[in-house]
Design a protein around this ligand. Structure first.
Ligand code: HEC
Length: 225
């Protein structure tokens, strides 16, 4: 196919020439690339131009990241719908049921271990393992400051203590209602449905006398998110 170029040295194969240079005794044929090979190269170039144009200029096809985002958005939407459904049916009865559902209680335990043990203790007693008093209220007794029905507990966790200095913050800012429900289920799993509870009186915060409420003297530790 290829004509011998004037520069080439003829070889014993017809139409094949050797280039003039020699590197360490290595010689090089001067051959035309096979057409089928060149053809794939040209196809690639054309493909690249079309691909680059449609993907990066026109934006005709969604990128992988966009497709994944869209799928996640659908999942989130479903989850939100389920959540709304759950919140609509959330009451003392369903929370008591959740408190007997080991999967939910386990999930609630994990949340409790991450966000609540520091103040309420591993065993919910309000004391740490060494017997030191923690900042939080005991949650395993039958005296409740803000009500001991599961929905009361849910609302206390969700909205926090009315006493802003107590350190019991509105947890709805830090977690989803579903997670609040799970951690409520965990707390209620330490109680029996129908048990009697009494209303305790919140103790006034030590460092907040009404007349000299200096915010700097607030005893609340910043909660760990
Ligand atoms: C920074 C310390 C702190 C953290 C963290 C904390 N709490 Fe509390 N919690 C308190 C204090 C203090 C009170 C008592 C509030 C009061 O006296 O008004 C309280 C009260 C409560 C009550 C009401 C008890 C009652 O007798 O009515 C519940 C329920 C409760 N916490 C659950 C939780 C849960 C669940 C978490 C984790 C998501 C949590 N707390 C995290 C400090 C904390």
């Amino acid at each position: 196919m290829s004509e011998p170029t004037p520069k080439g040295k003829a070889t014993d194969r017809p139409g094949v020439v050797l280039r003039e240079h020699v590197f360490d005794g290595i010689e090089e044929y001067d051959q035309k690339l096979p057409n089928w090979w060149l053809f794939t190269l040209y196809i690639m170039i054309v493909f690249f131009v079309i691909y680059w144009f449609l993907y990066y200029q026109v934006g005709m096809f969604a990128s992988d990241a966009e497709r994944i985002d869209a799928k996640i958005a659908v999942i989130d939407q479903k989850r939100d719908a389920q959540l709304q459904e759950m919140l609509a049916t959330l009451d003392d009865k369903s929370l008591w049921e959740m408190s007997r559902d080991s999967a939910r209680v386990e999930a609630g335990h994990a949340i409790f271990a991450g966000k609540c043990v520091a103040c309420h203790g591993e065993d919910l007693s309000g004391y740490n393992a060494e017997g030191g008093k923690l900042a939080g209220q005991p949650l395993n007794d039958t005296e409740w400051l803000y009500g001991g029905n599961p929905m009361d507990v849910f609302n206390t966790i969700s909205n926090g203590s009315p006493n802003l200095l107590s350190g019991m913050i509105p947890w709805k800012n830090m977690m989803s209602p579903a997670d609040v429900a799970k951690v409520t289920a965990f707390v209620m799993s330490h109680h029996k449905e129908g048990e009697e509870w009494t209303k305790g009186t919140p103790t006034a915060p030590v460092a907040a006398p009404a007349e000299a409420a200096a915010p700097a003297a607030a005893p609340a530790e910043p909660p760990k998110p």
